[in-house]
Design a protein. Structure first.
Length: 105
């Protein structure tokens, strides 16, 4: 009888050791799975952030290009107005200078 009890206790210990080993393996598997899920989620979020940053940069670049074009157009229009004003004033200015040069002895 004692031998049967010892044998049963050994079987119970073996079963407990197997259950413990299985539980440790399951825990390790769950940790590995969670780490993979975290890495995947992190990579997805980084990719989303990269795409959003690219979109923001592209929008800013487009806005800067539009502002640049507006400033260039405005500068061109200002230059044209100055040319027109200068062209109107050049003839009277030349006459004035010639009149003063001719009148001087």
């Amino acid at each position: 009888m004692a031998q049967d009890t010892v044998a049963r206790l050994l079987d119970i210990e073996k079963t407990a050791a197997k259950l413990h080993s299985d539980a440790q393996q399951q825990a390790a598997d769950l940790i590995a799975e969670a780490e993979r899920a975290v890495a995947t989620l992190r990579n997805n979020r980084l990719e989303q952030a990269r795409r959003e940053a690219e979109r923001i940069i592209a929008a800013g670049k487009q806005k800067a290009e539009a502002e640049h074009a507006r400033i260039i157009a405005q500068a061109g229009a200002d230059a044209q107005r100055l040319d027109t004003t200068a062209a109107k004033a050049i003839e009277p200015a030349v006459k004035f200078v010639l009149a003063h040069v001719i009148e001087q002895p």
